[in-house]
Ligand binder design. Sequence first.
Ligand code: ADP
Ligand code: ADP
Ligand code: MG
Length: 668
Amino acid sequence: MTKITKILIANRGEIACRIIRTARKMGIATVAVYSEADAHALHVEMADEAVLIGPAQASESYLKVDAILDAAKRTGSDAIHPGYGFLSENPDFVDKVENAGLIFIGPSAKAIRAMGLKDAAKALMEKAGVPVVPGYHGEAQELVVLAGKANEIGFPVLIKARAGGGGKGMRKVDNQADFPAALSSARREAKAAFGDDRVLVEKYVATPRHIEIQVFGDSHGNVVHLFERDCSAQRRHQKVIEEAPAPDMPEDMREAMGAAAVQAAKAIGYSGAGTVEFIVDASDGLSADKFWFMEMNTRLQVEHPVTELITGLDLVEWQIRVAGGETLPLSQDQLSINGHAVEARIYAEDAEKGFLPAVGRLLHLQFPEGDIRVDAGVRAGDEITPFYDPMIAKVIAHGTTRAEALGKLAGALGRTEIAGTVTNAAFLTRLCRDADFASGRLDTALIDRNIASLTERVTAPEVITALAVLAAYGMVGSGTEFPASVSSIGPFEIWGAPKRSVTLEIDGQNRSFTVEREAASDWRMAGEGLAAEGTRLEAVRRKGDDWSFAAKGISKRCRLVQNGTEVAVFHEGLTYRFGKPSGARADDLAAGGDQVISMMPGIVKQVLVSEGQEVKSGDPMVIMEAMKMEMTLAAPRDGVVAEVLVSTGAQVADGVSLVRLTGEADAA
Ligand code: ADP
Ligand code: ADP
Ligand code: MG
């Protein structure tokens, strides 16, 4: 047995953070590696030590074997955890790690090689007596041969890159006429992604469900399975929501699949965490004779938390213990399923616009509290860049029943507040509540079938738009205690009933509004898209980011955050984003504006004013340090400081409001 005392994590993001948490719990020191783009990343902050390994591009950093081994040597690490993606399934990396005298926390290079190519893996599994998807996985690659095999198999078929992963190089073909074109495009994609254009052809299983088995082996020949996960909620062959156990799984099928997966792992002398993926024909319900091996992923899987929640185990702890030479902590008959768990992957992507990947700096990030697990690798202020996977977080719920877990997950997604980039959170919430999905009638085509309702565009309610306008133009102060009743103050004329023309960007279009203050905290807004008589907001109050208002006699609350370019409103489980047209920003910055705004990301060195203080146009108000330069921000006009929104030492993003002056109208 080898005592592991320091682990280097050759990864980033949520999985690096996840591994660090378990290592810390076990009293093991951690080393992060990072690229230049990740210098301030959460995983770097969490680890005990961190080593810069190269520029942003993964090929120059997280995939640079020598730089990683050098970092391990310099920090005295005794083991390397590869996470998932990157080098996790690269057997040459495993060889080099072991040649350097380090422990690789994962299976042997030999086991990874055995499962690395889908065709060879299928042949091996066939020999081991594991049911494989009917199809052709031989040597021949000529069009005539493959087209002939497709005919024999019977359409529809699936062409797969043998080196495939992440759904790349995969094409479903419905008839013979489409086969040649599909083959060339699958080959092109496979060549570009994996440098290998060899393919196999499989029967496309009808009403497919993706059900996979988590397996675990140790170096003493023991293998157990930790039950199944259902990952049938997919888009473009990629998982969207995963759960455990599989809905409506018959006990004999669970046993048969578990046994097949253990058999697969034993056939290659597997040690550590792995997943055997099966495709299931669910056209006639689930039955023990209708599952077939697709592939084995020889690493920890993104969706491992659902297995952890139903078994009560820490799979990373098991990985570390097994890598250190221990026997498996539990035997098969000591393992059982408790309740149901569901995981959703929150990505920076625009579901309503064809799932276009997005980037951006996270202006605001708040996850729900309570009985919910969130695995995230970013915090507010971090940037989602085009260099890496745009996953922001995984939200995982556990319940006694599937309905309870799904309800919790939907609720948690609705309470997740993310601003600064668009996310798929609303799409995920709808999927949780989709009638087919909720009732367990799922297969891999469910999302495509229901895509219209799952990605329907929601326009912001008028009152939310009105509120965003007030916020964007800094018209409502924080904690300003106006008298509750307008009549106790008198007619609104004392505020001069100012009318202001403003613009706000909605869905990429600049829209004009006029805003009129009818009383201390009552507003009327008119403009395009609003009711003819205008939209009225009453009793508008705010305390920091928490707003309250009344519309048509109903009091409502919401949360609102903004920077110089964006206003995000979180209301009743949905996020509405508005763009501040450069006009609104210029308005604030120009003489006469209400706010002092940071011009670039930086640190507040000194706040020179306090609330209630009178200032003259041009008076210094805040000193910031940005890119090692000091800059002084001055008052945009004469006025009174209504609110100081930052304190010394605060890190602020570009375009953040630092100080608010009272507007003419506020000077009651
Ligand atoms: P899982 O079955 O665990 O969900 P995925 O196929 O989604 O696995 O991949 C897990 C992670 O690895 C994802 O973040 C994905 O972006 C990344 N990934 C998948 N394939 C590759 C690859 N060939 N090279 C690098 N990263 C990959
Ligand atoms: P990858 O390496 O990209 O994960 P897989 O072989 O695991 O490739 O397949 C990815 C997804 O494609 C599966 O989760 C499943 O939804 C679908 N799929 C794969 N093989 C079949 C098949 N024979 N019939 C129907 N769907 C399939
Ligand atoms: Mg797969």
